[in-house]
Design a protein around this ligand. Structure first.
Ligand SMILES: [Zn+2]
Length: 362
């Protein structure tokens, strides 16, 4: 498929050892807080890193940042050097992290909406990340943190609760007397209700042996593949029930991600044929996306771009390796689109088990 890196007007960053955008900037590690207050310390940067900062954000900005004494609060998680790195993350991408976007992030974090990247923003982002594991605590609201801070569509808590209740109705309902086909149709109808509510085209179904994983989204077929084995079982354990609901929703979230990417490309003026070919999605899905484009520069487009870069853009090679033989499970879960789907699916498991305790059915 013809999906070479898209030429978005984005500064090309030849990153030094750290921070690297797609693989290391948001990995799952929690950094320990450092004592406060401290001045920004030159010694915390490698010479290569300083040169990189000077080249990319300019000598004056670097001098300004290095010259300031950082007033640290007790709950600040980032060291002075981490603050500078985090701030430069946004400065390097100022064509994407516009004043409008920064204001929206500040609003989401409960900060005054100045539209300007400052220390308060990156420290607040780090605190938010620390409260939402397994996000890396680095103050950089990148492709993993962004859709978590600004949840839309299937990621909205009300949608998650609605699906968990509906899935329970299916799984605890006539399941034992149904055929595997009927079970798949019943859960598919529920997940398609949520997709429709999120203005995402409904997905179809394929029933096949997936070797134990309950489902898998195929964007080329615009269908969820359902595991024949699990849907053939007359009785499921509690863990299997929640896991089934989780997996189906996880796969539906992938459908939403792929549709948002298509809508983003539509917003950039691509035709349905171009989108279908570049993304290997059905023509009818690309056509729908062209009828509902995401505005360039909008938060939704920025979120979609994080997934797009991972799958079709700058992260493509990394993703291919990660999904291949050499990739680890942790690397796979840390791909932006997977980090997002695992978080959203996990929220369904939580909601499902909450309902279990409460004995509710909707
Ligand atoms: Zn997935």
């Amino acid at each position: 498929m013809g999906n070479q890196a898209r030429n978005k007007a984005k500064p090309r960053v030849k990153a030094p050892k750290q921070p690297k955008r797609s693989s290391t900037s948001e990995q799952t590690q929690v950094q320990t807080p450092q004592p406060a207050p401290i001045p920004v310390n030159l010694a915390e940067f490698t010479p290569a890193e300083l040169m990189q900062l000077q080249r990319t954000i300019g000598n004056r900005s670097v001098s300004k940042m290095l010259g300031q004494t950082v007033q640290r609060e007790d709950d600040d998680l980032l060291s002075a050097a981490q603050v500078v790195r985090a701030m430069s993350y946004y400065e390097l991408r100022s064509d994407q992290y516009t004043e409008t976007i920064i204001s929206q992030l500040q609003a989401a974090l409960g900060l005054p909406e100045t539209g300007t990247v400052d220390e308060a923003l990156v420290q607040a982002a780090a605190r938010w990340q620390a409260a939402h594991p397994p996000l890396a605590v680095d103050g950089m609201i990148g492709p993993r943190t962004l859709p978590a801070i600004i949840p839309g569509g299937l990621a909205e808590q009300a949608e998650i609760e609605a699906f968990a209740g509906d899935a329970k109705g299916v799984i605890e309902g006539d399941w034992a007397t149904q055929s595997k086909e009927e079970r798949v149709d019943a859960i598919l109808a529920k997940v398609n209700e949520r997709l429709t509510a999120a203005n995402v085209p409904e997905v179809g179904k394929v029933i096949q042996d997936l070797g134990g994983s309950a489902g898998r989204f195929s964007f080329s077929l615009w269908s969820i593949r359902f595991d024949e084995g699990i849907f053939s079982k007359e009785t499921l354990t509690d863990a299997e029930k929640a896991d089934l609901a989780d997996t189906v929703y996880h796969e539906a979230r992938h459908a939403e991600q792929w549709y948002r990417m298509a809508q983003m490309l539509a917003g950039e003026g691509k035709t349905a044929a171009e989108i279908a070919s570049e993304m290997s999605i059905p023509a009818r899905i690309a056509t729908e996306a062209v009828g509902a484009p995401l505005a360039t520069g909008s938060m939704d487009a920025l979120i979609a771009d994080g997934w797009y870069q991972s799958v079709y853009g700058t992260g493509r090679e990394h993703r291919r390796r990660t999904l291949g033989e050499e990739g680890t499970f942790e690397e796979y879960q840390n791909l932006p689109e997977e980090s997002d789907a695992w978080r959203v699916g996990g929220a369904v498991t939580e909601a499902y088990n909450r309902e279990e305790e409460e004995g509710g059915g909707g």
